[in-house]
Design a binder for this molecule. Structure first.
Ligand code: TYD
Ligand code: MG
Length: 454
C-alpha cells in the first residue's frame, strides 16, 4: 500500500510546510501548524471525461419522456402529469386507507391503454384481488396478478413479461433471499427497494411500491425509502370519513404542492369534482360556533367548516379538544382570546372540529377557529355567507397569509359574498371576480370580531 502523503498547514494564515514547525513561518504564531492529507492528483480524471457537453437549458429535449396516463386523473395530476418511464414511486399510508384500491384502479387504467401491468401482492390472495377488481368493475386480461413475496422471482418475472407498469403491494411483505432477516425489517426493506430501483432504472419499467406507515408516521420504520425513490405520495384521510387526500411529499418529475382529492365509494375511489361544495353541504346555516375557512390543500383552495362548542365546565379542570386542528394551537388561541379580547374562557370547556376529516395545519385557520370559539361562547352567529382567513399572533394581531386571491375566487364561485382577511393582504389583491364582493381587512382579533358580530 502506498503511504498517504501529508503536509503541515497553519490554521491561522494557511502557510504550508513539509515538516512540523513550532512556529509558523508565515504569520509567526506558535503552535498553529496541523497535519493534513494531501489530495492525490490524478490526470486520468480529465482523460476519462465523457464526450457529452453542457447545453443551454432551452434546448433540452423533454419530448423523450412520454408519460403514462393512468386515467385516474387526480393520481396523474399529483405525479405532475402521469407516470414517468423508469420511475420508482412510493405510495404510503395507514393500513386500510385505500392504497391497494387506488393502485388497482391505476393498474387497470394503465393496462387498458398501454398493455400488461404486473400487480404483485404479498398480502392478499389472487382471489381476493379478483373480488376487489370485480367490485371496482376493472376486469382486464392485461391485469396480471402475481402473488409472491420473493423479490428476485418478481424481478425475473417482470423482466420476462416486460409489463408497462409493476406494482409491489406492499414492500413490507417482500424479501430478498440474500438477506437473512425477516420481511419488513429495515435491512430487507432497504435491500428490496434498492433492487427495485435498479430494476426500474435498467428496464425503464415504472414501478410503484406500496408502503404501510408505521405508528410514528414513517414508512418501514425510519424514513428509510424516501431518499431512494423518485416520488413519494402519501394517501391520507380519516377512515370513518369518505374523503381521501393524495399528497406528493417528494417528486423528481413535478411539483410537491399538488394534491388529489378522492372519496371512497362502494365501487372504489371516485374523483371529487367539487370538494368544497360537498364539504359544506350539511352546514347548519346560522348556528353559533360555525365559521367557514378557505384552506389551501397544497395549491388547491378548499372551503372547510370549522365548528366550535364552548360550554361551562361542570366539574374540575376545563376540557379542551381539537379534531383536525392542532391542540396546542387551540390552547394558544384561547389564551389570546382571554388576554387580548377579554373573553372569560378559563372556566369553559372548548371543542373544535374541522368538518370532513381534514387535518388542518395551516396558520390561516387561526382566525376562523378563534371566531368560532368566540361565536359559540357568546351564542351569536356569524353571517353564513362569510369566509374567514388569517393567522393570529400572540398579541392578538392578524397576520398576512398566502394565496388570498385563489381562496376568495374559490369561495366566490360557491356563492360566498363576504370575506374577512388580514389587513396586510388587502392592498395586494388582484381579483378576477371582484364584482359584488364585500372584503374586509382586519389587523386584530378584536377588529375581526367587530366585523363579523353585529
Ligand atoms: P384497501 O385498498 O385494502 O386499503 P389498504 O391497501 O390501504 O390497506 O381498502 C381499504 C378499505 O376500503 C376497506 O376497508 C374497504 C374499503 N373499500 C370501499 O369502501 N370501497 C371499495 O370499493 C373498496 C375496494 C374498498
Ligand atoms: Mg392493501
Amino acid at each position: 500500500m502506498s503511504k498517504v502523503k501529508t503536509n503541515f498547514v497553519c490554521q491561522q494564515c494557511g502557510a504550508e510546510a513539509s515538516k512540523w514547525l513550532g512556529r509558523c513561518p508565515g504569520c509567526g504564531e506558535w503552535n498553529t501548524m496541523v497535519e493534513e492529507v494531501v489530495p492525490k492528483k490524478t490526470e486520468s480524471h480529465l482523460a476519462s471525461l465523457p464526450a457529452s457537453k453542457p447545453k443551454p437549458i432551452s434546448t433540452v429535449d423533454t419530448a423523450a419522456m412520454p408519460r403514462l396516463l393512468s386515467g385516474v386523473g387526480e393520481f396523474d395530476r399529483v405525479l405532475g402529469g402521469g407516470i414517468v418511464p423508469g420511475a420508482l414511486l412510493l405510495i404510503g399510508g395507514d393500513p386500510g386507507i385505500g392504497k391497494s384500491t387506488l393502485l388497482l384502479q391505476v393498474a387497470a387504467g394503465v393496462a387498458e391503454k398501454y398493455g400488461p401491468v404486473l400487480y404483485t401482492s404479498g398480502e392478499e390472495s389472487a382471489a381476493q384481488i379478483k373480488i376487489r377488481a370485480e367490485r371496482l368493475e376493472k376486469m382486464s386480461n392485461n391485469l396480471l396478478i402475481f402473488t409472491e413475496n420473493n423479490l428476485e422471482t418478481i424481478i425475473l418475472q417482470a423482466l420476462h413479461q416486460k409489463p408497462s407498469l409493476v406494482i409491489i403491494d406492499s414492500i413490507q411483505t417482500m424479501y430478498s433471499p440474500e438477506i437473512p432477516s425477516a420481511p419488513g425489517s429495515v435491512g430487507q426493506v432497504r435491500e428490496s427497494t434498492g433492487k427495485l430501483m435498479r430494476f426500474a432504472k435498467e428496464s425503464g419499467i415504472p414501478t410503484a411500491i406500496i408502503g404501510h406507515v408505521t405508528k410514528d408516521g414513517n414508512i418501514a420504520g425510519p424514513r428509510l425509502l424516501e431518499h431512494m425513490v423518485d416520488a413519494v405520495l402519501y394517501f391520507e384521510g380519516e377512515r370513518s370519513y369518505a374523503f381521501r387526500v393524495l399528497r406528493a411529499i417528494k417528486n423528481r418529475f413535478g411539483s410537491t404542492s399538488e394534491s388529489g382529492i378522492f372519496s371512497m365509494e362502494e365501487q372504489g375511489l371516485a374523483e371529487v369534482a367539487n370538494p368544497s361544495g360537498l364539504l359544506l353541504a350539511e352546514r347548519p346555516q346560522g348556528a353559533p360556533g360555525s365559521v367557514v375557512l378557505a384552506y389551501m390543500e397544497g395549491v388547491r383552495p378548499l372551503l372547510i367548516e370549522i365548528q366550535a362548542l364552548v360550554s361551562t365546565t361542570c366539574f374540575g379542570m376545563p376540557r379542551r379538544m381539537a379534531a383536525g386542528f392542532d391542540y396546542n394551537r387551540l390552547i394558544l388561541l384561547m389564551a389570546v382570546l382571554e388576554k387580548r379580547v377579554g373573553l372569560m374562557l378559563a372556566n369553559q370547556d372548548a371543542y373544535v372540529n374541522a368538518v370532513g376529516g381534514f387535518k388542518i395545519v395551516e396558520p390561516a385557520a387561526d382566525l376562523p377557529v378563534a371566531l368560532a370559539i368566540a361565536s359559540s361562547f357568546r351564542s351569536t352567529t356569524i353571517d353564513p355567507h362569510t369566509v374567514v382567513m388569517g393567522e393570529v399572533g400572540l398579541t392578538g394581531e392578524v397576520r398576512m397569509i398566502n394565496r388570498v386571491e385563489a381562496r376568495i375566487n374559490e369561495a366566490a364561485s360557491l356563492g360566498f359574498k363576504r370575506f374577512v382577511i388580514p389587513a396586510g393582504n388587502l392592498s395586494g389583491l388582484k381579483l378576477t371576480k371582484k364584482a359584488g364582493l364585500d372584503i374586509t381587512g382586519v389587523a386584530s382579533i378584536s377588529e375581526a370580531m367587530e366585523a363579523v358580530f353585529i
